[in-house]
Design a protein around this ligand. Structure first.
Ligand code: ADP
Ligand code: MG
Length: 722
């Protein structure tokens, strides 16, 4: 036929890699478009540079005079590179990236053009943002938001077809100073963690303590689909995932046969992407080996959490833009294809500074190990005490397909430590370490015990939250999500745990002359209260699902509708309040925005299901029925009675599909709920249930209806390209 799907199939054989220039040497392009410390050292006076460097490293406020000097230097640098516009770039609560563009050129009163860019323009952008959701803050603040420069994340130049723009990383807040974005809480959570970590380090006898920061290295998974196929799939274009599609005959195993080598087109795409990322100072390394056909991974080297978070957003933007240029649609959705491995974003996270180093690194001396054990213990306590918060931080309509379903990682938050460390913490819990005391001195043998070799093959892939040698890896984060939310939750729960530890440790140290003994005593109490969250077994097993809930008292939280209300719990409100990360009003507005996003995502999908079933699938099924019926009646005229099983079955399935479509269609508009939570639950159960029902019939039809009549590119086509 000449329908788009058939044309795309014909076209795919003629696909060629996009011609791109030979890659330039990394040393020549690295961070050339970034106004980083190295650039500033050249462009600024000694004093101004010193002030900026201090701000970048400690987060200290910048005085207005220096801001003016930096603004002038930034502008000159940008203009020398052909830039005419600048933009405050910010991160609203929706996981998106937003920009507000302005020109450097402004006209003066004589009508002449001058270039002006002052410290105050740099620091504060124009009011904007009426279209950005801000939860309950909308009422009080007339929906106005302000952007303000974040000097701790470097400005950079973004090149697009419309020219080059100086991008200024910014926070976004309301007129009255409430956080409306994902950056402000991240900066605050770092500060809270710094304050609490300092207390513990001081108690442990550390004196010179540089500002502590959290680090993040995120592994981003994604799918590529040929744009010719994608363009006849409204679901991929509008919802980012396939709402219909029978699983391919052999599932994803067939990638061994078909997809052993990365098609040249994809290699060229990756090279082009890397070139762009390097110029922007994003230390990315593409990996070519993902589980599903058409699935890939890119993992930048870790950086300070705030910069890594900005870079993650840039990476997602560039993935999509670059893919488009190469004739692909890049899908960042957590579950684009049912029955095929989904996409996650492993967030590797640690905390440290320049004086004590990485505090989640076991280290090689016993005293360093004690500090490590305290920080590791603090994480264990945090995940136990605030598991539902962590679950809420990764909750979305899309990620529910991974977490609540039978796919890794489970929706139960547990901590994997590895055999050695788990045994050590369990020994501490059971007081076994005391037995090794010799001559009044405890010999923990920690140096030997904690000399792990990092063995990637040995790591438990079924855990949502795993210790991986010198950091924790939060694996339940979704591929399309901002890493900021999870980082905020981790930093904040850590701050709270470190406060708890500091209080206990102070008393314990006062009561004991032996530091090791005092530390172990605190850790023993911690493990007795929170050790239930440590689990080294198979996180996918039904046995764990039962045991976690019934014996360990952990929560299994399958959907976003179940997860988000954690943000309304008293302990979570108190956590954010006392750490200064989010006020109760800010937290409540977040709940509303995330809940709205969830409901909206499901409504958009449900409408698409109705639309596609009615206008694409039903007509195809009816054409096929008509073909079959005419064949049967034609045969009857010549005295042959054809078997009518198929026609009956197709008719029955089509009827059942349309019945579910009608019901779904009538319920999408239902909005009379007492609470937002009720509305979310309705979406999670009733709407999603009906969507699944429609799909079941449609996918059956896909396997029956003549291939030529089927309008939607099939999984085998979407997942295969050249
Ligand atoms: P794997 O696939 O085995 O999990 P990768 O090498 O793909 O490992 O990714 C590991 C990620 O963890 C990288 O982004 C890396 O930079 C990051 N990472 C390494 N050390 C730390 C650390 N101390 N803190 C945060 N992230 C880290
Ligand atoms: Mg990983």
């Amino acid at each position: 036929g000449n329908q788009p799907r058939m044309l795309a199939i014909a076209e795919i054989n003629n696909r060629e890699p996009m011609p791109v220039d030979m890659p330039e040497a990394l040393s020549k392009i690295w961070a050339t478009d970034v106004f980083n410390l190295a650039t500033m050292e050249e462009a600024l006076s000694k004093n101004a540079f010193k002030a900026m460097k201090n701000t970048v490293q400690t987060g200290a406020a910048l005085d207005p005079g220096t801001a003016d000097v930096v603004a002038a230097a930034m502008k000159d640098w940008a203009i020398s590179k052909g830039v005419k516009f600048f933009s405050h770039i910010f991160y609203p609560m929706t996981n998106a990236t937003a920009e507000k563009h302005d020109g450097f050129i402004i006209t003066n009163s004589d009508g002449g053009a001058i270039t002006e860019f002052t410290g105050s323009l740099l620091i504060k952008g124009e009011p904007d943002g009426s279209s950005f959701p801000n939860g309950s803050l909308r009422m009080t603040n007339a929906a106005r938001g302000y952007t303000a420069w974040d000097p701790t994340s470097p400005a950079y130049i973004m090149h697009t077809d419309n020219g080059a723009t100086l991008m200024i990383p910014s926070v976004f807040m309301s007129w009255t100073g409430e956080a409306l974005d994902k950056k402000i809480p991240l900066l605050r959570s770092n500060a809270a963690m710094d304050k609490s970590a300092r207390k513990v380090l001081s108690l442990m006898g550390e004196t010179d303590i540089a500002t502590l920061n959290s680090s993040c290295g995120a592994e981003q998974e994604y799918f590529l689909v040929d744009e010719n196929f994608a363009s006849s799939r409204p679901d991929l274009l509008l919802a980012g995932r396939s709402l219909f599609g029978a699983p391919p005959a052999k599932g994803q195993e067939f990638d061994d046969h078909y997809f052993g080598a990365i098609p040249e087109r994809v290699q060229v795409f990756m090279q082009d992407l890397e070139d762009k990322l390097y110029r922007l100072g994003i230390p990315a390394k593409t990996h070519h080996n993902e589980v599903a056909p058409g699935q890939f991974e890119i993992a930048p080297y870790f950086e300070s959490a705030n910069v890594a978070s900005d870079h993650q957003q840039m990476l997602m933007t560039l993935l999509k833009l670059t893919a488009k240029k190469h004739g692909f649609l890049c899908l960042l959705h957590e579950k684009p294809f049912a029955g095929v491995n989904g996409s996650g974003k492993h967030v590797n996270w640690s905390v440290g500074n320049s004086t004590q180093g990485n505090l989640l690194d076991p280290g090689s001396t016993p005293d360093k190990n004690l500090i490590f054990l305290l920080f590791c213990g603090a994480v264990i306590r945090g995940v136990h005490a605030y598991g539902p918060l962590l679950r809420a931080a990764i909750a979305s309509a899309a990620n529910d397909h991974r977490l609540g379903a039978n796919e890794a990682p489970p929706a139960i938050l547990s901590v994997y430590l590895g055999d050695q460390l788990e045994k050590l913490f369990m020994d501490i819990k059971e007081g076994k370490l005391n037995e090794t005391a010799k001559g009044g001195e405890m010999d923990l043998g920690l140096t030997q015990i904690l000399k792990f070799e990092r063995d990637p093959g040995d790591r438990n892939r079924t855990s949502p939250f795993a210790f991986t040698g010198n950091r924790f890896e939060f694996r339940a984060v979704g591929s399309s999500q901002s890493v900021s939310g999870p980082l905020v939750a981790m930093n904040t729960m850590l701050a709270d745990s470190l406060d708890w530890i500091a209080e206990k440790l102070e008393a314990s140290l006062a009561a004991s002359s032996n530091q090791t003994e005092a530390v172990i005593k605190v850790l023993q109490e911690l493990m007795q209260q929170h050790g239930n969250v440590v689990f080294g077994g198979d996180g996918y097993s039904p046995e764990w699902h039962r045991m976690a809930v019934e014996e360990r008292g952990l929560k299994n939280i399958p959907t976003t509708a179940d997860a988000l209300p954690a943000l309304l719990e008293a302990d979570v409100i108190e956590l954010f309040k006392k750490t200064g990360v989010l006020t109760p009003v800010e937290l409540a507005s977040r709940y509303e925005v995330y809940a709205e996003q969830y409901i909206l995502a499901i409504e958009v999908e449900a409408k698409l299901v109705v639309d596609m079933a009615k206008t694409l699938i039903y007509p195809a099924a009816m054409s096929y029925l008509s073909d079959l019926s005419s064949a049967i009646s034609g045969a009857r005229e010549v005295g042959v009675e054809l078997d009518a099983t198929v026609v009956n079955k197709v008719a029955a399935e089509t009827g059942a599909m349309m019945k579910a479509v009608e019901e779904l269609s009538s319920l999408i508009g239902k909005h009379d709920f007492d609470t937002t939570e009720d509305h979310m639950k309705f979406c999670a159960d009733t709407i999603r249930g009906l969507m699944d029902e429609v799909r079941e019939h449609a996918d059956y039809l896909e396997l029956e209806v003549s291939d030529e009549l089927w309008p939607l590119p099939k999984y085998r086509e979407l997942l295969f390209f050249r």
